[in-house]
Write a protein that binds this ligand. Sequence first.
Ligand code: AQP
Length: 340
Amino acid sequence: MTATHPQLVLSGMQPTNTLHLGNYLGALKNWVRMQTEMPCLFCVVDMHALTQESGYAKADDVRRATREVTAAYIAAGVDPKRTPLFAQSMVAEHAELAWIFNCVARLGWLDRMTQFKEKSGKHKERSSAGLYTYPVLQAADILIYKATHVPVGEDQRQHLELTRDIAQKFNNDFAAPDFFPLPEAVITGPGTRVMSLRDGSKKMSKSDESDYSRINLTDDADAIAQKIRKAKTDPLPLPQSEKELEGRPEADNLIAIYAALAEEPVAAVLAQYGGQQFSGFKNALAELAVAKLTPIAAEMRRLMADTAEIDRILKAGAEKASTIAAAVMADVKRIVGFVG
Ligand code: AQP
């Protein structure tokens, strides 16, 4: 990032399903902190939700999830009076810039994206072109505001590198040095990669078939406690040092979740629970997770009872975001040679 660009944070989540603990610890929790440190814009990336078949199949689900994700942002502590919240599709410049970036990004760059490989699986040729160019739209989401900081989970690191490559190539190709900033991924804390509760080698994901693989932000106390008690572990007691967590992905995951929720270093959690059996630790983790997450669920329920108010918040946020986006897009059009 160069000093010429004022600091601005942009991030977003897909309305593909209810948000989960990974979304919260990997990204949302950091958003709440960052809004007090620099100007932020947070969106619900509903256009990205169409890249997966489950997204476009049920329009009502996308609409509902867009409102629910907005409610989750607010319930977790994002203040819409301070920070504009909006849906990506409400600001047309995201799509407009994405086209130009499609002409900047190279096929070879997109071919290397591991998320596309994971999400397309064995049926690459049946995947949407949108899934393939997803990271290009993501670059547009960020750069249409000239954002400099992007708080995300570890899984998004590669996409952020691509965003920087696109920004750099645009600046070079169109002889517009420094026009776009090279945004930084902000990946902090022990919850940057929360893994599935059923399989410590897979990330916790909204689209995992098993609801027991994740803790949803809407889960009640019983569901949270039950999912933690049923979480996969190994037969050994908890280790006493971080080194001994290597090769024990499930133990590593549960300890990291505890540390992130308690806002303590992993070493402090191990000092307290190292040498003990999982059963006692799981009870303590369940208690902590219930204490931290159920107030968010309650607030989400309260907010979702008035969807008209959520829609008003999104509309007001989109108006503010559009002002920035329109100015950047006008400059982009001039730079690439469009007459209008
Ligand atoms: N397991 C995770 N651990 C830490 N951070 C995570 N994020 C997602 N999963 C984890 C972060 O949450 C933000 C929003 O992600 P997204 O909605 O854009 O979609 P995603 O990354 O593809 O998340 P999912 O849950 O896996 O959704 P689906 O299943 O719909 O694809 C991002 O900052 C991400 O890093």
